[in-house]
Every structure is written in C-alpha cells, then in structure tokens.
Design a protein around this ligand. Structure first.
Ligand code: GLS
Length: 828
C-alpha cells in the first residue's frame, strides 16, 4: 500500500512560552539530562537544538519554494569558512534572540553565559574564509538561492598560545562536544577516486572515451549547516564534506589476520578532512592538500549535478540553472572535474561539455602574491589525478590553438599563457586553469582588479577583457555591528531608526548629525564603554591593565611581512624610547592580534619580538599609562567582535599593492575607528567614501613601490637620516628587550637594515607623521567624534549585501527569491 503523501511541515512557536517548552524538552529528549541537574553546557545544547528545529523548518520551506519557482542557484565553492560562534548569530537571524533570552532566564539560565561557552567554528585562516561566511549569511538575508560547499575539518584553525613570547600552536578540537548545528546526512555520500590509471577506448565512429581505473576510493559524506537570513524566512544551506573510508576494514588485511593494518587504512583515508592547512595567502604544495581540494570539489559537483537532474533539468540547462563560484584557485580543479563528469560519466561531447562548464564557472582571485599562486607539479597531478591531467592537457591544447590563431608566431605569449608552466619543472598553473574555464574573473577591490589586469593576468585581460570585473569586498553588518556593537546599534536606532540593518546605505542619515554635540557625547560614551569591555577581556587574558581614556590603536590581522606589523612595532619602540628620555608623547594603547602560519619563521619572529617589547614596556614604571602594548592571544572571530567596537584607530598599513582588499579595515571603520592606512586594497575606496579628512593616508603608492624596488631600496641611507628610527632599530637588535638572550634579534636588525623587502624603513617617516596627525585630532574630542561618526555614516557601500548583489548581477545572473510568509508556518 502506498504511504500517504506527507506534506505537512511542523510549525513551532517562537514565543517565550513555546521556546521554553522546546528547550526544556530538549534537555531531556536530546541531551538526556534531568533539568534539575543540567549543566550550563547541557542548557546550551538544548537551546541549540530548539533553534535548529526551527531553522530546519524554514530550510525546508525555502527549498520547496526554490523548487516550485524554478530558480537559478549559485554554489559557492570554498576551502574555508571562518564562521565563528553560531548560537547567537542563529538566534538573531531567526529573530528569536530576545524571546530565547527570556525563556532561558525563566529556566534559571543566563543566556550570555551560555553564549560564551561555544567554541568558534574556525574553518578558515583569515579574510578569505571570513568573506565566505559573510557571503553565505548575506545570500540568505537577501533571499538568494545560494549554497556553500566546503570541508568539515575535524580540526580548524589552531589555537594560539604564547610560551612565553613565541607562538605555540595547539589543535583546535572544535567538535569535541559534538556539534548541535550540523545534520549528518549519511544518505548523501559520493565516491571520490584517487591514483590509478586511465584506459582509452577507441570507438570506430565517434570520440575516444576514457575510463579511470583502479586506484583508491574514499567516500565524501555530507554534513549540513542551515544558514538563516536576517529579517527573512529564508534559510539556506552550507554543506561540508567529511571523508569516510569506503569500508571499515580492508578485508584483505583482515583475512590475513592483520587487524591493525586493516583499521589503519581506514584512519588514513579519513585524514583527508582532518585538518585545515593554517596558511594564509601562501600555497602549500602538499599531496594531502591537493587531495583535500579534489575531494571537496568532486563531491560538490556530483551533488550539484544530482540535484540539477533530480529537479528535472537536462544538462544543457546547466548554465541557466547553476552558477558555480570558485573562491580563489583552491577549488580550480573543478574545471577539469566537471569536464570529467560531463564527458566520461554523462557522455556529452567534449565541445558541448566545455561550453557548459565555461558558462557555469566564475573565479575570484584574492591575492597577487606570487607565493600564493597555486601550481602543482605535473608529475604529482598525473599520479594523484591521472584523468584530470589528461583533461587539463586537452583544455590547454584547445586554448593555445585559440591563442596561436589570434597571435600567430608569438611563442613567448603562448608560454606565458599556457596552463602548464614549462619553466619550473613543469607545473600546472591553477589560476590559468580557473581563468580559462570561467566566464568571469573578479578581483576583490578596485585597485586589486586593476593590478590583476595590468600584471598577473595581463595577457588574459588582453585576450578577453570582457571576462574581468571588480567586486569590492564587504562585511555583514549583522555580525560586525548589530551583534558586536549592541550599544552603537541602539544609539543608531534612536537617531535614525533601524532601516540600515537591511540597507546599510541608510547609515547616511546619520551624517547631518555628525556635529550634533549630544550625538557626539553619546557616541564617545558608547566607545568608552566598549573600551572598558575590551580592557576587562585583556586583563583576563593577559593580566595587562588598560586605561580606557587613552587612544586604542589596533592592528588585528594575520601576521605577515607585507602587512607590516613591524612598522607599528618600530613606532612603539620609538615612543617608548622617547618617553624614557623624558619627552611628552600622546598616550596610547597599542593592541596587536593575529596568527602566524606555523612554518613562517619571520612571522613567528615578529610575534616574539612584539611580546618581548610589550613585556618590557608594560612593566616599566617610567611609562605608566602613556604607553601599553598588548598582543591579544588567539585572535579569532569571537574576540574580534569585542576588539573592533573598542578601537579608536585602525591600522591598515600594508605595503601598497600587496593587500588585495582587506575586510578588517571595513569592520573597524564601520564601528567608528579612524583608519591610518596606505593607498592599498579597499583602503582607497574607504578613503573615497569617508573623505580625506576622516582618514590618515600615508606612504608610497603601489606605483611608487614598484619604482622604489626598481631603483634598489637603500634602508641604510634612510636610517642614517632618521635618528629616531635608527635608535628604535638599534634598541631591538641590541637585545634591550631580550634580557635572557641579547643576541636574539640581530637577525631582525640585519633584515631591516639590509633587506627591508616591504619598505618598513622607507615608509616610516610618513607613517609616524600620519600617527601624529591622528594624535592631534584625537586630542580634540569634538573633532574626533565628528570624524568617527562620519566614518560610520559613510560605510554603507562596504556592506556584504552590496557585494553579493554585485556578484548576483554581474556574474551569477540570479535574483532573490524571498520565502513568502505563510499562515501555516509561523510569523517572521
Ligand atoms: C585574502 C587577502 O589577503 C585579503 O586582502 C582579502 O581581503 C581577502 C578576501 O578577499 O582575501 N587573500 C587570501 O589569500 N587571504 C586573504 O585574506
């Protein structure tokens, strides 16, 4: 007998009473604890389960509506999602934060305490991964049919500790208590193939076909994370893949009595999704990394094609119904994998498949740094993914034919454009594969896109100018204002209402009040309260006392030479020396935060020297409150949301031409910090938005940096002319800050004096001059408040919602599909 059709979706109440009931039930039914004995963690879990039930309802509604409306979907393929904590974000976006707070209070539990128990989901390194998380949130908020795909790493970004000065990495076991947000989908598993060899099958009439035989197989299993939109019913999905062995035991070994070997093989195939590579803006040429990339790409494409066919579309409709965005080159192997699936598995002709693939893919480049450009040795690719190597050869052959046709006899150009780099031991250039296989390529800030066209992709730009577009990054105001800065959110609400939460351009309404004395006072009070909140956290984490009445000068980002934490540190040392010499300097707290890639010795050295300087400065009684220096340990999304609202000054001081965009610069300015910055990445657009007088720009431009490099930098000559700077460098290299081992920083001194590859020395004078401009303005509280308010009012452009609309209109060709309110399925 056929089962009756089940169409009803539950409709759980979102009021205090309904929530309280669900939470109490979940403690018993899901957590398995007596409410009388439940711990805070038990309550946290119960609350999370109560929310996720509600999220999944809306997820299913959303899915039904998308299917009914025949929508085009975008799939965002990213190796990284730096999500942070999910409980508060989900409560807020579901519109039940306040009822849940009350329901918890009724149950005798303080919601804020519970929120603090959650570990960050840190499945990313820095800006690139955080951008991906912001994009997913915005897709749902704006009602776009958009899905994320990635890897469910067992261990995310490492936890950073200082022992006592240098960085030590500890594993981030974020799943140790399980994870209430995920839905394991054991029915959604795809086989992923590695190694083996390719067999050609010649057909008398028609094309040669290929099969990929032998080798090894692992399964990719789906874990779904619903992603709720703010102020809407839409709930999208982030699908993360975990590697599972195809069999628990390899029976061959098992039957031979080698039980241990049988189990070890299982463990080995599951290492694919074990750990995130903790490198930012650098490529890692490790076989396991290539396997991770292919693993998640193959699973995602199989899943996308399955869904496409299950919805009743044919493969020719792929570009009309599906857009796939490649987040950097990490998923670029997708170009070859889609060709394999279409040609080998679905038996499409090569030309038809290529046309579909190219119209479906688009690629975002996130960096110009040569060391970040992924290339794989042909030999490695041939061994791990033999069929893909063949496909890449074919793609390259067809592509170079086109180039030859267009530029006959230009062999240098052919070599420059080729997907295979023949110069450096034959390597596959993944960026070239991505450009050739995409209909759009975008940079992430205006300057970055321009530099892409002029340098890295110059030849491609000449070939296909229409393929290149700019999409300037943005940040989600839900996390980076409403959640991180409730006090400013409330103040904004009182002054200009809450429309800006959905349309950040509306912050402009604040502009006419920028010199209103009452608003200025209220604004400065909010800032001070946020500084007190940060000072408490800093005391708890580091023992250092901060005075909330002095300037908080903040540099938070990955540790990298090009980001120039050393420039800020030299300034600290300079100020310290001058304070000791009896000079009067404007007081400030300097706060650093950020992680160094574990194998990046120079970056780790920078952390160490900052910690050493901080230790001496903070304990010198001659200094007092005039200077404090803190390295905030284990900087992550959740601590960023305490630090950012408390910053007065935002340090965005990368060597011009190196920071593709930056997004911390946007978060800080949105929260009313004034930027000290170079003309790099999105700083340029921020300057254009906030106005010259509300930002402190300094230093060489990207063109000047190139010029300076060409002329041969000469840091020693500059040092000879700048006694303050020379004294600061000397103080570091003399071992002043390293009492135990005075020789430690000789190398750093040599580096600055003789190499200075990122022009710290060359830009120092301009930098300190910019800091002094900031000091002068800061001393005038009225003028400062006005400039800070103007920063907030003029940051609307940097909303991730604008970024996502730009992608939707210029690249994906998708439209929003807000889920309609329905009487049967609850109020918003
Ligand atoms: C990065 C860039 O370095 C940042 O400037 C940029 O803001 C971010 C997002 O586009 O991408 N590229 C990268 O590899 N890591 C990044 O954070």
């Amino acid at each position: 007998m056929a089962a009756p059709e089940v169409t009803h979706l539950p409709n759980l109440p979102n009021d205090v009473e309904g929530l309280r009931q669900s939470i109490r039930d979940a403690v018993v039914r899901v957590v398995g604890e007596d409410p009388r004995q439940a711990t805070e963690r038990d309550w946290m879990e119960a609350l999370a389960f109560a929310i996720r039930e509600r999220m999944v309802e809306r997820r299913l509604l959303t899915r039904r509506q998308f299917a009914d409306e025949d929508v085009k979907r975008v799939y965002y393929l990213s190796m990284e999602y730096l999500i942070g904590r999910m409980l508060e974000a989900n409560l807020r976006n579901m519109g039940i934060l306040e009822p849940a707070r009350q329901a918890m209070a009724d149950l005798g539990v303080n919601l804020d305490t519970i929120l603090d128990l959650e570990d960050d989901a840190a499945l990313g390194n820095g800006g690139l991964g955080r951008l991906a998380a912001c994009i997913l949130e915005s897709l749902a908020t704006q009602g776009y049919p958009g899905y994320g795909y990635g890897i469910r790493y067992e261990f995310g970004m490492f936890r950073q500790e200082f022992e006592p000065y240098h960085q030590v990495e500890h594993p981030d076991n974020w799943l140790r208590y399980g994870n209430p947000w995920e839905f394991p989908r054991s029915d959604r598993k795809y086989p992923i193939h590695f190694y083996g060899h390719v067999v050609e099958h010649h057909h008398p009439r028609g094309e040669t076909r290929y099969t990929w035989e032998n080798g090894e197989e692992v399964l990719a299993m789906a874990y779904d994370y619903p992603t709720a939109g703010y102020g809407r019913r839409n709930v999208n999905n982030l699908r993360l893949w975990a590697a599972k062995a195809t069999r628990d035991f390899d029976l061959r070994y098992f039957n031979e009595g080698d039980y241990i070997r049988a189990v070890a093989d299982k463990a080995e195939s599951e290492t694919i999704s074990m750990v995130l590579y903790p490198n930012d803006a650098t490529a890692i040429g490790k076989e396991l990394r290539l396997k991770q990339e292919y693993f998640f790409v193959s699973a995602s494409l199989q899943d996308i094609l399955d869904r496409h066919l299950a919805l009743g579309y044919n493969l020719d409709a792929l570009p009309d119904k599906v857009a796939i965005q490649l987040n950097d080159t990490h998923p670029a192997i997708a170009v070859a994998e889609l060709m394999r699936l279409l040609v080998d598995c679905h038996e499409l002709s090569w030309d038809r498949a290529w046309d579909l693939a190219r119209r479906t893919f688009a690629y975002t480049n996130h960096t110009l740094m040569p060391e970040a450009l992924e290339t794989w040795p042909v030999e490695l690719m041939e061994r791990v993914l033999p069929r893909h190597m063949g496909i890449i050869y074919q793609i390259n052959h067809d592509f170079l034919e086109q180039v030859r046709h267009r530029y006959p006899g230009d062999n240098d150009r052919l070599a420059r454009l080729s997907i295979i780099d023949e110069q450096n031991g034959r390597r596959v250039r993944m960026a070239h594969l991505a450009v050739v296989g995409s209909h759009r390529v975008n940079g992430v800030a205006a300057l970055h896109t321009q530099l892409l066209q002029e340098t890295l992709f110059e030849d491609f730009y000449n070939l296909w100018p229409e393929r290149f577009v700019n999409v300037t990054n943005g940040v989600t105001p839900r996390l980076w204002m409403i959640q991180a800065n409730p006090a400013l959110t409330e103040l904004l609400g009182q002054r200009i209402g809450n429309d800006w939460q959905y349309d950040l351009d509306r912050l402009r309404a604040l502009e006419p009040y920028a010199h209103d004395a009452d608003l200025q006072k209220a604004f400065l009070d909010v800032k001070r309260a946020n500084k007190v909140r940060l000072a408490n956290l800093v005391r708890e984490r580091t023992g250092v006392e901060l005075n909330p009445d002095v300037m908080f000068d903040v540099q938070i980002k990955r540790i990298h030479e090009y980001k120039r934490q050393l420039l800020k540190l030299l300034h600290v040392v300079d100020l310290y020396r001058r304070i000791r010499a009896g000079e009067d300097v404007a007081p400030r707290v300097v706060l650093f935060g950020g992680k160094a890639a574990p194998g990046y010795a120079r970056a780790k050295g920078i952390i160490q020297v900052i910690n050493e300087v901080a230790d001496i400065v903070n304990h010198d009684p001659a200094v007092g409150d005039r200077l404090k220096c803190v390295f905030f340990p284990n900087y992550e999304v959740s601590s960023a949301s305490i630090i950012i609202p408390a910053a007065d000054v935002s340090e965005q001081i990368s060597t011009a031409g190196f920071e593709a965009s930056g997004t911390g610069n946007m978060k800080l300015a949105l929260n009313g910090a004034l930027t000290i910055g170079t003309l790099d990445g999105a700083n340029i657009e921020i300057r254009d938005a906030v106005g010259e007088e509300s930002i402190f720009i300094f230093g060489m431009t990207a063109d000047e940096v190139v010029e300076h490099r060409r002329n041969g930098p000469n840091p020693e000559a500059i040092l000879a002319q700048q006694p303050n700077l020379a004294a600061a460098v000397e103080m570091i290299e003399s071992g002043f800050f390293t009492c135990d081992d005075p020789g430690t920083h000789g190398d750093l001194g040599r580096y600055l004096r003789h190499e200075d590859p990122f022009f710290v020395i060359a830009d120092y004078a301009a930098y300190t001059e910019a800091c002094e401009r900031a000091d002068t303005l800061y001393a005038d509280r009225t003028a400062w408040a006005e400039a800070a308010i103007l920063n907030v009012a003029r940051m609307g452009y940097f909303s991730i919602d604008r970024t996502v609309r730009d992608y939707a209109n210029q690249i994906w060709d998708i439209i929003p599909e807000p889920v309609a309110p329905s009487r049967t399925n609850g109020a918003a």
